[in-house]
Design a protein around this ligand. Sequence first.
Ligand SMILES: C[S@@+](CC[C@H](N)C(=O)[O-])C[C@H]1O[C@@H](n2cnc3c(N)ncnc32)[C@H](O)[C@@H]1O
Length: 279
Amino acid sequence: MEIGKKELDNFITCIRANSEYNLSEYSENSLIRRIEKVLLDYTTELNPLLSKMRVDKDFLEEVVKKITVNTTELFRDYKMWQDIRHLLLPKFKDNNELNVWHAGCSTGQEVYSHAILLHELNMLSKSCLYASDINIDVLAKARDGLYPYRHIEDYEDSFIKVVKDNPYGKTFKHTPFKKYFDVNNKKEHFQVNEFIRQEPNFFLNDLVKQENPYKIKFDIIFCRNVLIYFNTDLQKKVLEFFYDNLNDNGYLILGMQESVGWFMNSMFDKVDSFYKKRD
Ligand SMILES: C[S@@+](CC[C@H](N)C(=O)[O-])C[C@H]1O[C@@H](n2cnc3c(N)ncnc32)[C@H](O)[C@@H]1O
């Protein structure tokens, strides 16, 4: 079934009337694509789907979870992580503490990538990592840090590129992947080791509401590959919220296809691959 503007409005209205979620400022095109996929997955049409969502809260939750895109990986865009390691984290070397928020963390690979780098740089013990998502199921997976074995080759490849290779100088000594991951005997999955897994504070958080439950300011906020699903108005509100919740000289890290846009150029300076809060 093709979804037009009217069907999209009906879908958004149904969710708003029957839950806490507000998808009205998500990007229309990506929302339409996701709704069409949901209809195919359930082999149904929009009206029966909406009728079921109105009477069955669990079903509505399930649909919202299917609407969001959870794709992620360890050291995703490894060049960005090389820059985080060599250009960004050294700026915080002399700080007594480092507070970091990973907003839209999905199943946790991003926050564990960061924790591994902090450990390699002897900065993990002074760091507090917070990681949030709108989807409670991905947060449960993130807490487990348990990933399907089929990803291990790609993850190990990126791990070596970031932990051992060095585009800015001498290569580091080899660090075995198993220092941070444990592979189960049947080779079905591998898991982030306990000493790293215990670090992030995972919490449920909807960026649409712009709430910071910890009431602290952050030195770094990661929000990678989330803003692309929002329209310009919501992007602007979320970027202003991040600005307010960053320390002076704090940094925002976005995805490769994202930027702060013309509307926030006066509040952030682009420094290397990152956005530095302007005073
Ligand atoms: C594509 S994943 C990005 C994961 C990770 N940041 C990365 O770049 O690999 C997008 C994540 O944003 C989350 N998300 C979508 N809307 C959100 C919202 N309103 N508040 C918080 N998280 C949201 C989704 O549940 C999903 O896990």
